[in-house]
Each structure stands twice: as structure tokens, then as C-alpha cells.
Design a protein around this ligand. Structure first.
Ligand code: SAM
Ligand code: CA
Length: 223
């Protein structure tokens, strides 16, 4: 028994996958296609996708936001977990990556639930705020350019309702956040971001060591 989080070796990781992950065929197909893509490693892990889908269902989310779509795997997982009237606003800057995403969303029959907005996510999130959509999202997933995480987080915090959940990806950054010898800009940015959230009293926080590290931040009700 261990009263701390286990490190997963290959054997244990494969046990976890084979005793937990139920991946719909359409998601497996997308994962296989993305694995052939030169940037394929950007995709979230299947166990993480399943975990996020569970969270979406647990909180009864109807309206979700994603920052960083790539080939659409996480968006597809979330969209499949939303009820039929659910909506996902998905932000990315790349027409090429998201063309793959759109193809799979169509095939999966969830394209009508996903509002893909191409352009810098910061602008899209500002636009949503200007449209009066503050406090209206149940769930947000942040997984785009790491240097803009603080801004996306502040915007998402305005867009989600009290009790809504923000999930932020790659917060353990392959373990590099904990290695003082690593001092590149992106690692430093994620470290500073993690430190800021640790002291942020507007949220209830948990850093979950799944995949590359997923921070969960539930927005508290205003005092
Ligand atoms: N969540 C995706 C998945 O599960 O496959 C992976 C997202 S990938 C790590 C990051 C994405 O952020 C890329 O598709 C990239 O085009 C997008 N991106 C980078 N900078 C951006 C920006 N300023 N605004 C919007 N999207 C951006
Ligand atoms: Ca990621």
C-alpha cells in the first residue's frame, strides 16, 4: 500500500489503460490518425480524456469551452459527454489542425454541438465576454500556448459560473517544473502559473497527476 501517488512504470500504466479506458471507436480512430501527425504528441492521453468526460457528466455541464483544439480529440471526448442540447465553444488558430477535428466531429455526429472559433483564443474569449457570456460556462479546458495560460485562466474564470470547473493541462510539464536546473521560459511560465493558482482564493484547487498533470480549479461563489 502507498499513501502517496504512485509512479507508473510501463506495466502499471498498461494495466491502468486496460482496466479503465473505454474509448469509443471514433476516438480510437482519431487517436490513430493523430499519432501519424508530426505534432501528434500534443494530443491528450486517452485516460485523461475519459476522466474529463466523467467530470463533465458529474457536474452536469451543458456549456463548455476549450482553448486549444488541435485535431479535436479532447473536444470530441467532451462533446460526446455533453447532453444533446450541450454546446462546446472550441478555440484554435490553426485551420489545418482543426480540419481534421471537424472531419471527426462530423463522423461522430457532434458537429452541431461544437462552435469552432478560429483566431487567437484571447480575442475569442474577450469576444465571449463582450457578448455577455460571463458566468455562463460550466466547464473550461485550457490546453493552448503555455505563455498565455495566465490570461486564458483569468478569462475562463470570468466565463465559468460559480461552481464551474476549469481544467488546465500540462501543469507538470514532463516533470520539469520540479527540476531547478531547468530554467527555460516555458517551464518558468508554468511554474509561475502553478504558484499563482496555489495562492488563488477564488478557486478550490487540485493538481491531478494524470498524464502530464491536470489542474482542476472550481470557481467559488463570490463572498
Ligand atoms: N487539446 C488538444 C487535444 O487533445 O488534442 C491539444 C491542443 S494542442 C496542445 C495546442 C493547440 O493550441 C494547437 O492546436 C494550436 O494551434 C493552438 N494554439 C496555439 N496558440 C494559440 C492561440 N494563440 N490561440 C488559439 N489556439 C492556439
Ligand atoms: Ca496538452
Amino acid at each position: 500500500m502507498a499513501n502517496r501517488t504512485l509512479a507508473l512504470n510501463e506495466q502499471l500504466y498498461s494495466y491502468l489503460l486496460s482496466h479503465s479506458v473505454h474509448e469509443p471507436e471514433i476516438l480510437s480512430a482519431l487517436r490513430q490518425e493523430t499519432a501519424q501527425h508530426p505534432m501528434g504528441e500534443m494530443q491528450i492521453a486517452p485516460e485523461q480524456g475519459q476522466f474529463m468526460a466523467l467530470l463533465v457528466q458529474l457536474i452536469g455541464a451543458k456549456k463548455a469551452l476549450e482553448v486549444g483544439v488541435f485535431t479535436g480529440y479532447s473536444a470530441l471526448r467532451v462533446a460526446l459527454a455533453l447532453p444533446p442540447e450541450g454546446q462546446l465553444v472550441a478555440c484554435d488558430i490553426s485551420p489545418e489542425y482543426t480540419a481534421i477535428a471537424r472531419r471527426y466531429w462530423e463522423k461522430a455526429g457532434v458537429a452541431n454541438k461544437i462552435d469552432l472559433r478560429l483566431g487567437p483564443a484571447m480575442d475569442t474569449l474577450n469576444q465571449l465576454l463582450q457578448e455577455g457570456q460571463a458566468n455562463s460556462f460550466d466547464f473550461a479546458f485550457i490546453d493552448a500556448d503555455k505563455s498565455n495560460y495566465p490570461t486564458y485562466y483569468e478569462q475562463a474564470l470570468q466565463l465559468v459560473r460559480p461552481g464551474g470547473l476549469i481544467a488546465i493541462d500540462n501543469v507538470l510539464w514532463s516533470g520539469q517544473v520540479a527540476d531547478p536546473a531547468i530554467q527555460d521560459n516555458r517551464t518558468k511560465a508554468i511554474r509561475a502559473f502553478n504558484q499563482a493558482l496555489y495562492g488563488d482564493e477564488r478557486i478550490v484547487l487540485s493538481l491531478v497527476p494524470i498524464a502530464d498533470g491536470l489542474t482542476l480549479a472550481m470557481k467559488k461563489s463570490s463572498p
